[in-house]
Design a protein around this ligand. Structure first.
Ligand code: F0G
Length: 362
């Protein structure tokens, strides 16, 4: 089913039509993505001594930022009479592509690194009934296969090497400027295949050119320490990190990410798995925002900028009156595996008031 939406502002295409590569005849495939909350975070702001907002992209229809790009990529694919979509994924792209393909009524093949996809994301691909191919290889191998398969006429690639994906994802920057009334001073986000940092930077620049903001933010990207090709400036053949969404050793938008960082006077840095998991727990415990480990890389990075002299972008360079936005890219329920271990330790007690009081500590 192709839909024009139930209201004129249903989804990012209707919201930001004039900035997107669509025409009146493009069939809009939407699930009501975008308009995600930009959350003012008092405890996080106090912890780092600067005003911090969290852009919660886990609030999108399939639980990640990918939906913004997917609505545009799938709408354009339908306009061009595509029959089958294809993508490589660490989990979120495949969940989103499968959902939007289902919404459009076409089929979708997802190529995944076997055994490396977080449980919730794999469940999504099954629920939307994608054609799932698990390969003996990592994400970079999957993307190589997708590039090859895309050269024939059978498949339309919906990875972020498709410019329609980047066009859709830049709407997150538009929303931030619309909510704040201007661009922030610093924008922190996780980096994997590097499409999102590319898209945000394009969005901030475009809105600035249109006169919707007076300034541009410094873009600061964070990679997981075991999967940090851009930071180390070399391919990583066997990337490893608990943040499976960003376990990528050869990012497709490497050059564009470097351009975003250089042009914006930003930086690229790394955070360890321990720092990522600590930040995930901190954000859930102190701000009520539960994100997946890859998403917590931006918060771990914020803490690193604030706490460590080693940081590529130490807070000595971030004035106290700065406005900082951190994007958290995906919902915590997608990647429950680390927390499930803690859930398993839960023991039942006799159903008495005294026992409840004892366990609660009151
Ligand atoms: N955060 C999450 C939750 C992701 O799923 C991804 C990428 C990123 C951050 C990094 O964004 O690739 O644009 O730099 N996930 C892709 C996928 C690779 O297949 O779902 P990026």
């Amino acid at each position: 089913m192709h839909t024009k939406g139930t209201t004129s502002k249903f989804g990012v295409i209707e919201h930001y039509r004039k900035y997107l590569p669509v025409t009146e005849s493009t069939p809009v495939v939407s699930l009501g993505e975008g308009t995600t909350p930009l959350i003012s975070c008092p405890r996080l702001s106090k912890r780092v001594g600067r005003a911090v907002f969290v852009k919660n992209e886990g609030a999108n229809p399939t639980g990640s930022f990918k939906d913004r790009g997917m609505t545009v990529a799938v709408s354009k694919a339908i306009e061009r009479a595509a029959k089958v979509l294809i993508c490589a994924s660490t989990g979120n792209t495949s969940a989103s592509a499968a959902a939007y393909a289902a919404r459009a009524g076409i089929s979708c093949a997802v190529i995944l690194p076997a055994g490396k996809i977080a449980t919730g994301k794999l469940l999504q691909a099954f629920a939307y009934e994608a054609k799932i191919v698990a390969i003996d290889g990592n994400f970079d191998d999957a993307l190589r296969l997708v590039r090859e398969l895309g050269q024939g006429g059978d498949f339309v690639i919906v990875n972020s090497i498709n410019p329609d994906r980047i066009a859709g994802q830049k709407t997150a920057a538009f929303e931030i400027v619309d909510d704040l009334g201007d661009a922030p001073d610093f924008h922190l986000l996780p980096v994997g295949n590097a499409g999102n940092i590319t898209a945000y930077w394009a969005g901030y620049r475009e809105y600035h050119v249109f006169g919707n903001s007076t300034k541009l933010p410094a873009m600061i990207g964070f990679q997981a320490a075991g999967a940090a090709p851009i930071f180390y400036n070399r391919l990583i053949e066997k990337p490893e990190t608990v943040a499976s969404a960003i376990r990528i050793g050869n990012p497709a938008s490497w050059k564009q990410a470097l351009a975003a960082i250089t042009e914006s006077h930003g930086a690229i840095d790394v955070v360890s798995d321990e720092e990522i998991l600590a930040a995930q727990t901190w954000l859930a415990r102190h701000e009520g925002i539960f994100v997946e480990p890859a998403s917590a890389a931006s918060i771990a990075g914020l803490f690193k900028c604030c706490d460590s002299k080693e940081a590529a972008y130490s807070f000595r360079k971030i004035p106290e009156q700065s406005c900082i936005v951190c994007t958290v890219t995906g919902n915590g329920l997608k990647d429950p595996d680390v927390i499930v271990a803690r859930v398993k330790e839960l023991k039942s007690v006799p159903a008495t008031v005294n026992e409840v009081r004892r366990v609660v500590g009151l």
